[in-house]
Design a protein around this ligand. Sequence first.
Ligand code: 5GP
Length: 133
Amino acid sequence: MATIFTKIANGEIPSYKCAENEEFYAFLDINPLVKGHTLCIPRREVDYIFDMEDDEIARFQVFAKKVALAIKSAFPCVKVGEAVLGLEVPHAHIHLIPMQSEKDMLFSNPKQKFPADEMQAAADAIFAEFQKL
Ligand code: 5GP
């Protein structure tokens, strides 16, 4: 059975798209730690990121780098932090989080909820910056 992230990448479940190519897809985390918190996934289903082949994980990281640059342009921040957990959804994903301080990376913080129009605007801003790269 397809994972929820496969359904998102295929457009069967809606998402706030931030970037994509043939192999990878990026979208806003539905329960972000901060505004602009983005997830990058491979379209190919693989649960554990460190089961990916060397060349695939390298391309995945290069994609995440471009998304991080787009996030930094769209959301002024000190740096974009990267994290891999994968404890909830069994489909490899990289969290990218615009940080003002290290506290923004604490996954034990309460998750936030933003109105749909703000989520759409955030995704559109990242998408526009990604297109420039
Ligand atoms: P992890 O597996 O890395 O522990 O956490 C999974 C992350 O995916 C969480 O931050 C959660 O908010 C996010 N997430 C789970 N389900 C969905 C979903 O259906 N849509 C989106 N956009 N994000 C999701």
